[in-house]
Write a protein of this length. Structure first.
Length: 231
């Protein structure tokens, strides 16, 4: 790989990817010491795709409780791993009152992410990374968007070669622990999440209040993903 990338030493501590098994296999094999994590944005996107498939969009957008539970679902990656099962059980109970179509959604989440899942909780849980690195890679989608398809490792390296100058600059920024400026709303949300997590971890903030904070931050995914699906 070093030869393919013009001898730039790549030794990431963690790698953020979408929920494609081929990507996970490629990065895990080539960077065995890195923690490979599934993007929070793509986790929410996968849930929204099922909402559309099951004909739940109108219900979610017009029913306060349904929208609340979808926000709770998309907030699951921000909970401590040992609290996810209980939180998901509470979501199931609330969705049960909304009809069989909603149960199809929770069954999908259960089988894909919770109970003998396709994606282990450690892959998509971001609680231990809050405040340390982004939980989502959607802020670099513009960079990845130049590729015609989701890049697996070979395509990713090829794209690095083609954009060598800008990539080298970004690599140097990473080595110096600098990044490009984030949008103010993103910075504020990151700070709010980090402070809430610290307060919850240290005791002043209770479980219900912490989940309420996560839910309020997760509502933005509903708006963004609905807008994307209508564009």
């Amino acid at each position: 790989i070093q030869q393919t990338t013009h001898n730039v030493a790549l030794s990431p501590q963690s790698i953020l990817i979408d929920f494609e098994v081929a990507s996970w296999n490629a990065f895990s094999r080539n960077f065995p010491t890195a923690r490979v994590k599934g993007s929070h944005f793509h986790f929410a996107q996968n849930i929204w795709k099922k909402i559309k498939k099951y004909g739940l969009t109108k219900l979610i957008l017009n029913n306060d409780n349904a929208r609340r539970q979808v926000a709770n679902l998309t907030a699951l990656p921000l909970l401590p791993s040992n609290e996810i099962n209980e939180a998901f059980s509470n979501i199931i109970e609330s969705f049960f009152e909304l009809g069989d179509k909603c149960i199809r959604l929770t069954d999908y989440v259960l089988k894909t992410y919770i109970e003998e899942p396709r994606y282990l909780i450690d892959f998509w849980s971001h609680f231990d990374l809050i405040g340390k690195r982004p939980g989502t890679n959607n802020h670099v989608e513009g960079y990845h968007g130049h590729c015609e398809i989701h890049p697996h490792l070979r395509a990713w390296i090829r794209y690095i070669q083609e954009g060598e100058q800008s990539t080298t600059s970004r690599y140097e920024q990473a080595q110096q622990h600098t990044t490009r400026r984030k949008k103010r709303r993103t910075v504020n949300n990151d700070l709010r999440l980090t402070e809430a997590t610290k307060s919850y971890f240290n005791g002043p903030l209770g479980s219900e209040d912490y989940q309420a904070t996560l839910r309020s931050l997760s509502y933005r995914y509903i708006v963004v993903l609905d807008n994307d699906s209508n564009s």
